[in-house]
Design a binder for this molecule. Structure first.
Ligand code: KIV
Length: 245
């Protein structure tokens, strides 16, 4: 799984053969420049998701339910999920949290909307955690995470993202539940992996967590391209004879 937030990127990600495209609320960070994922709205998520859906031929498109769109009560959660499905054309939603949101997940599932869970580091709760460090290192929190994963499976989630937890714990969870576990910073004992596309392409050269493998250095390549363009325009080299009518 990889994230995408716009038509052009989603088209390439889909063509490359990625199974699942996540329209993550990380759009709040990488697209809008916010410090957290909290500010992004339901309508903004729908805008990103519908752009992605228009590009996709084969991938499953999962859309993050943004902060504030499902935590209030299950009725509100259901109407947010329905709005996402109706207006974006996405195929499933993702929600952060465990037993505390089970009722909402159950209600969304009853109308036929598939739900992906998300446990471990859940960025929408950053002000509760206070930091983005690895979660569930202590036994008590690890046990709560295991219980939450079992509850998400029991209610009917089709997969769970585990973010930034010890690899051993993630592997234990993957063995305990039968639905796919998709990890980010959760080691390789799980069933799948997810990365934020801007991070794995190396667009942001200031974000270098241990779990991130950069498959490119687009920051440098884009910088070089933009600087070459500036130079070519200033020098009169661009456009040349074959680049004009
Ligand atoms: O919003 C997002 O991109 C995510 C992934 C990091 C799993 O939730």
């Amino acid at each position: 799984m990889l994230t995408a937030y716009d038509f052009s990127m989603a088209r390439i990600v889909d063509e490359a053969g990625i199974d699942v495209i996540l329209v993550g609320d990380s759009a709040s960070n990488v697209m809008a420049g916010h410090e957290t994922t909290l500010p992004i709205t339901l309508d903004q998520m729908i805008y990103h998701a519908s752009s992605v859906v228009r590009a996709v031929q084969r991938s499953l498109v999962v859309v993050d339910m943004p902060f504030g769109s499902y935590q209030g009560n299950s009725k509100e959660a259901l109407s947010s999920a329905i709005k996402i499905m109706k207006e974006s054309g996405g195929h499933a939603v993702k929600m952060e949290g465990g037993q505390e949101i089970i009722e909402s997940i159950g209600r969304i599932l009853t109308v036929g909307i598939p739900v992906m869970g998300h446990l471990g580091l859940t960025p929408q709760s950053i002000y509760k955690f206070g930091t983005y460090v690895v979660r569930a290192k202590e036994e008590e929190e690890a046990q709560r995470l295991i219980d939450d994963a079992k509850a998400l499976e029991a209610v009917g989630c089709f997969a769970i993202v585990l973010e930034k937890i010890p690899a051993q714990l993630a592997a234990r969870v993957a063995e305990m539940v039968s639905i796919p576990i998709i990890g980010i910073g959760a080691g390789n004992g799980v069933d799948g992996q997810v990365l934020v596309v801007h991070d794995m392409l190396g667009i942001n050269n200031e974000f270098n967590p241990r779990f991130l493998r950069k498959y490119n250095n687009l920051h440098e390549q884009m910088m070089q391209s933009f600087q070459s363009y500036i130079q070519d325009v200033r020098s009169g080299d661009f456009p040349n004879e074959s680049e004009q009518y």
